[in-house]
Design a protein around this ligand. Structure first.
Ligand code: SAM
Length: 464
């Protein structure tokens, strides 16, 4: 693996850069696989592994900077693991799991907060943020590229959260929400050099010119989004690029152009994360080098918006209107939920959606300001006073735990996920949840003479 000379040149003399070790680790062919458990779905890591087609992967060690993260002995076929489909964990590169520390060290999480993950697809940082925030907080998970919103929504659905709103907006659109968010995470599109080991083809696409274009785009994105950050709020900026032009120089740009001050993190020496100082402002940044720790190239920095920063204080319009359920319809959905009084219910194209009550005002504001792709949890469609339950409800954490479920073995779970016919040894009738190692995978309807598999067609496993 030949690292571009101009990338090496741009790193010479920077804090923590060791040319020889850096080149060696890129030649080593070493690959790490790491996953992060879903702390709101009760999984016991010792009973879920080994996984993969041939039971090839086992947990070998924890990720030092994330309590839910761990490394696997090798990369298994995640498609062949039913727990992956049930949202029991997310496959995530270990360095980027440091976002957890960055958030915990820069904002009070016990309070209800409003969080925006601006560049969110496919959802790695959003699922991590959702695991961290309190139930009364809100996460807006946004992706500007329309074709990438589907996978983002799917991953948020699997995660089972009710307090996430998925939007498809340009960063500029958030200027309609001045001073709104307590925390904004910008995991910026970048030149990607930090992931050369995972995707060697990316080396051919790397150029100094592209680094410059990325740097300009990062500034544009940040300038567009900062008005939406509350005075006193936190901005977290990250990239998977090594280039100072996309990392420390962006920190300098933020400090000199926006009313921000850098936040310093407390690091444990065992983590081997390199703290850097931006050349002009001395702002703190944090670099992850694969020759120093078990993870890929990553950069992260956090900032506080000054309390005195100017904010547009015009009242926000909250014109969002949604069709509400009749009281009769509400009675139909009640038995399906665990804490029914915590929600209000809306109807969209006949589908009933449960939204946490604490999000009522925010949702109305977002409806007039943003393009919402998903909010709350879809419960299903009411037909003749009966709920036909949605897949989202099966995967969500708001479902009534008393709803009938049948635990299946791995072979049956995979048949189910392929949307094939399955047979069950149970006398239960009607709508039944299929679970594997207690993780819910979806619905079947058991009729007197057959079992209908309700796994969504678009989600089914299609390889062998
Ligand atoms: N945060 C994601 C995660 O952890 O799974 C990864 C995000 S990826 C590094 C950057 C994202 O920014 C991509 O999804 C990309 O589509 C989006 N993006 C590209 N151009 C953008 C722009 N001009 N403004 C905002 N986001 C952009």
């Amino acid at each position: 693996m030949e690292i571009p000379i101009s990338l090496i040149d741009s790193l010479m003399g920077t804090q923590g850069f060791d040319k020889e070790a850096f080149e060696k680790v890129h030649l080593s062919g070493e690959q790490n696989t790491s996953i992060r458990f879903n702390n709101r779905k009760s999984v016991n890591s010792s009973n879920i592994f080994p996984i993969g087609n041939n039971n090839e992967a086992v947990v070998i060690s924890p990720v030092l900077w994330n309590v839910n993260g761990c490394y696997l002995s090798e990369r298994p076929s995640f498609t062949a693991d039913p727990l992956f489909h049930g949202g029991a964990y997310y496959v995530q590169e270990a360095s980027s799991m440091f976002l957890e520390e960055a958030v915990m060290q820069s904002i009070e999480l016990a309070e209800p907060i409003r969080v925006l993950d601006l560049c969110a697809a496919p959802g790695g940082k959003s699922t991590l943020l959702q695991s961290l925030i309190s139930d009364k907080s809100i996460l807006v998970s946004n992706e500007v590229i329309k074709s990438r919103v589907t996978i983002l929504s799917e991953n948020i659905t699997k995660w089972g959260a009710d307090n996430v709103i998925v939007t498809n907006n340009d960063p500029k659109d958030f200027q309609r929400l001045p001073g709104y968010f307590d925390l904004i995470v910008v995991d910026a599109p970048c030149s990607g050099s930090g992931l050369f080991r995972k995707d060697p083809k990316a080396i051919n696409e790397w150029s100094e010119q592209n680094v410059e274009l990325c740097s300009q785009r990062q500034q544009r994105i940040l300038a567009d989004i900062l008005p939406a950050l509350k005075p006193g709020g936190t901005l977290i900026y990250s990239t998977c690029s090594y280039s100072p032009a996309e990392d420390e120089e962006i920190c300098d740009w933020l400090i000199s152009n926006c009313a921000l001050s850098a936040i310093q993190f407390q690091l444990k020496s065992a983590w081997n994360i390199i703290e850097t100082k931006a050349p002009l402002s001395n702002a703190n940044g944090y670099r992850f080098y694969p020759d120093k720790l078990k993870g890929e190239g990553f950069f992260i920095a956090a900032f506080r918006k000054e309390n005195s920063a100017e904010t547009d204080s015009r009242p926000l319009s909250a014109k969002g209107k949604s069709e509400r359920l009749t009281s009769k319809e509400t009675e139909v959905v009640k038995p399906w939920l665990s804490k029914v009084d915590d929600f209000f219910f809306i109807k969209q194209h006949d589908e009933v959606i449960a939204i946490p009550l604490h999000m009522e005002n925010d949702l109305a504001i977002f409806q007039s300001a943003l393009y919402i792709k998903k909010a709350g949890v879809k419960l299903g469609v009411i037909i003749r006073n009966e709920l036909i339950p949605a897949h989202e409800l099966a995967l969500s954490n708001i479902i009534n735990p008393l709803i009938s479920a049948i635990e299946v073995d791995k072979a049956t779970a995979l048949q189910y996920l392929r949307k094939q016919e399955i047979s069950l040894s149970s006398n239960a009738k009607g709508w039944i949840l299929i679970t594997y190692l207690q993780i819910r995978l979806g619905w079947v309807k058991v009729l007197p003479n057959r079992i209908n598999n309700y796994y969504p067609k678009d989600w089914r496993i299609i390889n062998k």
